[in-house]
Design a binder for this molecule. Structure first.
Ligand code: DGP
Length: 113
Protein backbone atom coordinates (compact mmCIF):
# COMPACT_ATOMS: atom_id res chain seq x y z
CA UNK A 1 0.00 0.00 0.00
CA UNK A 2 1.11 3.60 -0.45
CA UNK A 3 2.55 5.56 2.44
CA UNK A 4 0.28 7.57 4.72
CA UNK A 5 0.63 10.19 7.43
CA UNK A 6 0.60 7.32 9.96
CA UNK A 7 3.61 5.76 8.22
CA UNK A 8 5.44 9.05 8.79
CA UNK A 9 4.41 8.98 12.47
CA UNK A 10 5.67 5.38 12.84
CA UNK A 11 9.04 6.40 11.34
CA UNK A 12 9.08 9.54 13.55
CA UNK A 13 9.28 11.76 10.48
CA UNK A 14 6.47 13.88 11.89
CA UNK A 15 5.64 14.41 15.56
CA UNK A 16 2.80 12.77 17.44
CA UNK A 17 1.83 12.54 21.09
CA UNK A 18 2.72 8.85 21.51
CA UNK A 19 1.23 7.09 24.53
CA UNK A 20 2.33 3.51 23.81
CA UNK A 21 4.77 1.78 21.49
CA UNK A 22 6.16 -1.71 21.03
CA UNK A 23 7.51 -3.73 18.10
CA UNK A 24 4.08 -4.30 16.60
CA UNK A 25 1.84 -1.38 17.47
CA UNK A 26 1.83 2.34 18.19
CA UNK A 27 -0.77 4.46 20.01
CA UNK A 28 -0.94 8.24 19.86
CA UNK A 29 -3.42 11.03 20.53
CA UNK A 30 -5.74 11.95 17.67
CA UNK A 31 -4.96 15.42 16.29
CA UNK A 32 -8.70 16.16 15.98
CA UNK A 33 -10.17 14.70 19.18
CA UNK A 34 -13.87 13.81 19.21
CA UNK A 35 -13.94 13.11 22.96
CA UNK A 36 -11.85 14.18 25.98
CA UNK A 37 -9.76 11.07 25.39
CA UNK A 38 -9.24 10.14 21.73
CA UNK A 39 -6.30 7.89 21.00
CA UNK A 40 -5.48 6.02 17.80
CA UNK A 41 -3.94 2.55 18.00
CA UNK A 42 -2.32 1.27 14.82
CA UNK A 43 -0.31 -1.74 13.72
CA UNK A 44 3.16 -0.83 12.50
CA UNK A 45 2.52 -3.14 9.55
CA UNK A 46 0.94 -0.98 6.85
CA UNK A 47 -2.47 -2.63 6.37
CA UNK A 48 -4.71 -0.11 4.58
CA UNK A 49 -7.99 -1.25 6.12
CA UNK A 50 -9.53 -4.23 7.84
CA UNK A 51 -10.76 -5.62 4.51
CA UNK A 52 -7.11 -5.97 3.47
CA UNK A 53 -6.10 -7.99 6.54
CA UNK A 54 -5.42 -11.70 6.08
CA UNK A 55 -4.88 -14.73 8.29
CA UNK A 56 -1.22 -13.63 8.50
CA UNK A 57 -2.41 -10.62 10.50
CA UNK A 58 -4.19 -12.63 13.17
CA UNK A 59 -1.53 -12.08 15.83
CA UNK A 60 -0.99 -8.39 15.17
CA UNK A 61 -4.71 -7.63 15.19
CA UNK A 62 -5.22 -9.55 18.43
CA UNK A 63 -2.27 -7.69 19.92
CA UNK A 64 -3.72 -4.37 18.74
CA UNK A 65 -7.01 -5.07 20.50
CA UNK A 66 -5.38 -6.11 23.77
CA UNK A 67 -3.05 -3.08 23.71
CA UNK A 68 -6.07 -0.83 23.08
CA UNK A 69 -7.50 -2.18 26.33
CA UNK A 70 -4.23 -1.43 28.12
CA UNK A 71 -4.01 2.09 26.64
CA UNK A 72 -7.61 2.80 27.67
CA UNK A 73 -6.89 1.68 31.23
CA UNK A 74 -3.69 3.77 31.37
CA UNK A 75 -5.66 6.78 30.10
CA UNK A 76 -8.00 6.37 33.07
CA UNK A 77 -11.05 5.26 31.08
CA UNK A 78 -12.47 3.25 33.95
CA UNK A 79 -16.07 4.23 33.17
CA UNK A 80 -16.25 2.71 29.70
CA UNK A 81 -14.88 3.61 26.31
CA UNK A 82 -15.60 2.93 22.67
CA UNK A 83 -13.40 1.33 20.03
CA UNK A 84 -14.16 2.33 16.44
CA UNK A 85 -12.55 1.08 13.25
CA UNK A 86 -13.75 2.79 10.10
CA UNK A 87 -13.35 0.51 7.10
CA UNK A 88 -13.56 2.35 3.78
CA UNK A 89 -14.53 5.80 2.62
CA UNK A 90 -18.27 5.50 3.12
CA UNK A 91 -17.65 4.44 6.71
CA UNK A 92 -15.67 7.64 7.25
CA UNK A 93 -12.14 6.31 6.85
CA UNK A 94 -9.80 9.10 5.77
CA UNK A 95 -6.37 7.66 6.57
CA UNK A 96 -5.74 4.38 4.80
CA UNK A 97 -3.57 2.76 7.44
CA UNK A 98 -5.74 0.53 9.62
CA UNK A 99 -6.44 2.14 13.01
CA UNK A 100 -8.60 1.77 16.07
CA UNK A 101 -10.10 4.90 17.61
CA UNK A 102 -10.18 4.70 21.42
CA UNK A 103 -12.78 7.20 22.60
CA UNK A 104 -13.86 8.06 26.12
CA UNK A 105 -14.22 10.64 28.83
CA UNK A 106 -17.79 11.63 27.97
CA UNK A 107 -21.09 9.79 27.45
CA UNK A 108 -21.14 8.32 23.94
CA UNK A 109 -24.47 8.07 22.18
CA UNK A 110 -25.67 5.16 20.06
CA UNK A 111 -26.09 4.61 17.15
CA UNK A 112 -23.09 6.54 15.81
CA UNK A 113 -23.82 8.86 12.89
P1 DGP B 1 -10.47 7.91 10.11
O1 DGP B 1 -11.49 8.95 9.74
O2 DGP B 1 -11.11 6.72 10.79
O3 DGP B 1 -9.59 7.52 8.96
O4 DGP B 1 -9.58 8.60 11.22
C1 DGP B 1 -8.37 9.25 10.95
C2 DGP B 1 -8.02 10.02 12.18
O5 DGP B 1 -6.66 10.39 12.09
C3 DGP B 1 -8.80 11.32 12.38
O6 DGP B 1 -9.56 11.22 13.58
C4 DGP B 1 -7.75 12.40 12.49
C5 DGP B 1 -6.48 11.63 12.71
N1 DGP B 1 -5.29 12.21 12.11
C6 DGP B 1 -5.15 12.56 10.80
N2 DGP B 1 -3.92 13.06 10.59
C7 DGP B 1 -3.28 13.01 11.79
C8 DGP B 1 -1.97 13.39 12.21
O7 DGP B 1 -1.12 13.87 11.44
N3 DGP B 1 -1.67 13.20 13.52
C9 DGP B 1 -2.57 12.67 14.41
N4 DGP B 1 -2.15 12.54 15.68
N5 DGP B 1 -3.80 12.29 14.05
C10 DGP B 1 -4.15 12.48 12.74
Amino acid sequence: MSDTIFGKIIRKEIPADIVYEDDLVLAFKDVNPQAPTHILAIPKKPIAKLDDATDEDLAVLGHLLLKAKQVAAEAGLTDGYRLVMNNGESAGQTVFHLHLHILGGRPLSWPPG
